[in-house]
Design a protein around this ligand. Structure first.
Ligand code: DLL
Length: 439
C-alpha cells in the first residue's frame, strides 16, 4: 500500500481538499435535492465555493436531517449503484442509515488499512476482530481494512468471552480490535486463567467506538501486553477510520483529512472556535459518493492540534471528551464520564469498571452516585479480609479519596461506593453505557 498522502505538505493537502470540496459541492448541486434546498436557503450556489476556506459558507448537517429523510432520502446514487448499507448504533427511534458505493467501500478499506498500519499492524499479521459484525460498521469496517493491508482476519465478532480467549491462545494473533471496555473484559478472563501479559501473543490493540482515557489504556497495555491505540469514527461519515493514533506517538489521533475535513464549532453559536480550542467536531466527507455529508455535526467534543514532533503532517484530534448528549449537568457543572475516569487515575488501586447514576431532585441533577471496583492486589497488600472492620475502614477511606479527587478535579460532589474487583457487570462486547438511570 502507498501511504504517501499521509505525509503531504500542508499546502498540497489544502490544494487537494479544495479540489475535492469544489467537486463535491457541484456533485451535490446536481444530485441532492436536500442540499439544493439548503443552498437556496443560505443564498449560495456551488460556484461560490472556490477553496476549502469557503467551507464555512456551507450549511451544517444534523443527525435529525438523516432521520427526516429515512431511509434513503439523502442518498445521491440510485439503489442499484450501492454496494453496502449500514446503520448507526443509536438505541432509540429509527436507526440512521448510510449507504456505500464500491468506491466508498474502497475509501473505507483504505482509511482502515492506514489506521491499522499506524497502530503497528503489518501485512502478514493476524487480526482477532472482536468488533460486532452486522449493521454496526465496526466488524466489517475493520475486516475489509485489514484484508486491504494484507492481514488475515478472524471474524469472531463480540461476546462469548471464554471462547475468544481460547481462540487467542490457540491461534496466536498479533492484533486485537474491540471496544476498550471489552478489551478489559478479555484481560480479566486472561487473568482468571493465570495467563500473564508476556504469555499473550497480542502486540497491538486497536480500540474505539466509545470514549476512553489514559487510565484504561494503562490497564489494557499492562494486562494484555499490547500497544493500545485509539480508533475513532462514526457511521454517518464512514465508520471506524476517520482518525487514528500512531502507536509510537499516542495521545492524539491523525484525522485522515484528505477524505474527512474537520472543523471545531462552538456548540451554541455554531461558529468555528479559535484553532486548538474545544468544541463540537464537524466533518465534511470530501470523497464519498453514495451519501456525502457537508459539515456533519458529530456531537463529539474534542479539539485539534498539529503535532510538530509527529511523523505525519495531518491534523490531530485529542481524545473525545464525550458526546454532547452524554454530558451531565451536576448542580450547574458540566461533566462527562471521561472526566470522572480521569480523576480515578489519581487514586492508586481503582479498577476502571464503573457506573454513574445521576441523583435528581426537582428534575435537577444534584449529585452523582458512583459504583467502582477496587484492585484485589491493593486489598491483598494491605492484608485485609473483606468482612473485617479494618476492611470497612480502609474501603471507606478509599472511597473518600476518590470523592475528594473528583471534587478537586471536576468540581462536583459524588457518593462513591466501592465494590470488589470483578463484581460489577462487565462489557460483554460492543459499547458500554456507563450512565445508569437517574435515581
Ligand atoms: O462506533 C464506528 C467505530 C467502530 C469507531 C469501531 C471505532 C471503532 P457509530 O456506531 O456510528 O460508529 O458511533 C459513533 O461513537 O460519534 C462517538 O460518539 C463514538 N466513538 C466512536 N469511536 C470513538 C472513540 C462507530 N475512539 C460514535 N472515542 C461517535 C470516543 C468514539 N468516542
Amino acid at each position: 500500500m502507498d501511504f504517501s498522502v499521509e505525509y503531504l505538505k500542508l499546502d498540497q493537502l489544502r490544494q487537494l481538499q479544495s479540489e475535492r470540496l469544489i467537486k463535491l459541492v457541484d456533485y451535490l448541486g446536481e444530485r441532492s435535492e436536500f442540499y439544493r434546498r439548503r443552498f437556496n436557503e443560505k443564498g449560495i450556489a456551488p460556484k461560490d465555493i472556490r477553496s476549502i476556506e469557503d467551507i464555512t459558507k456551507l450549511p451544517i448537517t444534523y443527525k435529525q436531517d438523516l432521520r427526516d429523510h429515512y431511509p434513503f432520502g439523502l442518498f445521491t446514487v440510485p439503489k442499484n449503484e450501492l454496494q453496502r448499507i449500514h446503520c448507526s448504533s443509536g438505541t432509540t427511534g429509527k436507526p440512521t442509515v448510510v449507504g456505500y458505493t464500491k468506491e466508498d467501500i474502497d475509501v473505507f478499506s483504505e482509511v482502515v488499512a492506514r489506521s491499522l498500519n499506524a497502530a503497528g499492524a503489518k501485512p502478514g499479521m493476524q487480526l482477532h476482530n472482536a468488533y460486532g459484525y452486522g449493521i454496526f460498521t465496526g466488524g466489517l469496517g475493520l475486516h475489509y481494512g485489514a484484508e486491504k493491508l494484507g492481514m488475515s482476519v478472524l471474524p469472531i465478532s463480540g461476546g462469548m468471552t471464554a471462547r475468544q480467549v481460547d481462540l487467542i491462545v490457540d491461534f496466536q494473533p498479533e492484533v486485537l480490535c474491540c471496544s476498550p471496555s471489552y478489551a478489559l473484559t478479555l484481560a480479566d478472563e486472561f487473568a482468571k486463567r493465570g495467563i500473564s501479559a508476556d504469555e499473550i501473543s497480542l502486540k497491538y490493540a486497536v480500540l474505539g467506538s466509545e470514549p476512553w482515557t489514559e487510565l484504561i489504556r494503562h490497564h489494557i497495555e499492562e494486562r494484555l501486553g499490547v500497544h493500545a491505540t485509539n480508533i475513532y469514527g462514526l457511521s454517518e461519515i464512514i465508520g471506524p477510520g476517520v482518525s487514528m493514533e500512531d502507536f509510537e506517538e499516542k495521545g492524539g489521533s491523525y484525522i485522515w483529512e484528505d477524505h474527512f475535513y474537520p472543523e471545531i464549532l462552538d456548540p451554541v453559536t455554531k461558529q468555528p472556535v479559535p484553532f486548538g480550542e474545544e468544541g463540537v467536531l464537524v466533518i465534511t466527507t470530501l470523497t464519498k459518493k453514495a451519501m456525502p455529508l457537508l459539515r456533519y455535526w458529530t456531537n463529539d467534543i474534542t479539539s485539534l492540534y498539529y503535532d510538530e514532533s509527529g511523523k505525519r503532517t495531518m491534523v490531530k484530534m485529542r481524545p473525545i471528551l464525550g458526546r454532547a448528549d452524554d454530558m451531565l449537568i451536576v448542580r450547574g457543572v458540566n461533566v462527562y464520564p471521561s472526566q470522572i475516569e480521569e480523576a480515578f487515575s489519581h487514586v492508586k488501586g481503582v479498577v476502571p469498571n464503573y457506573y454513574l447514576t445521576p441523583v435528581e431532585k426537582e428534575q435537577m441533577c444534584i449529585a452523582l452516585d458512583i459504583d467502582v471496583e477496587i484492585d484485589d492486589e491493593l486489598v491483598a497488600t494491605e492484608n485485609l479480609i473483606q468482612n473485617t472492620d479494618d476492611y470497612a475502614i480502609f474501603v471507606g477511606n478509599f472511597a473518600k479519596n476518590i470523592e475528594n479527587e473528583i471534587k478537586k478535579r471536576v468540581g462536583i460532589t459524588t457518593k462513591v461506593k466501592i465494590h470488589a474487583q470483578d463484581s460489577l457487570p462487565k462489557c460483554e462486547g460492543g459499547k458500554i453505557n456507563r450512565i445508569l438511570k437517574t435515581k
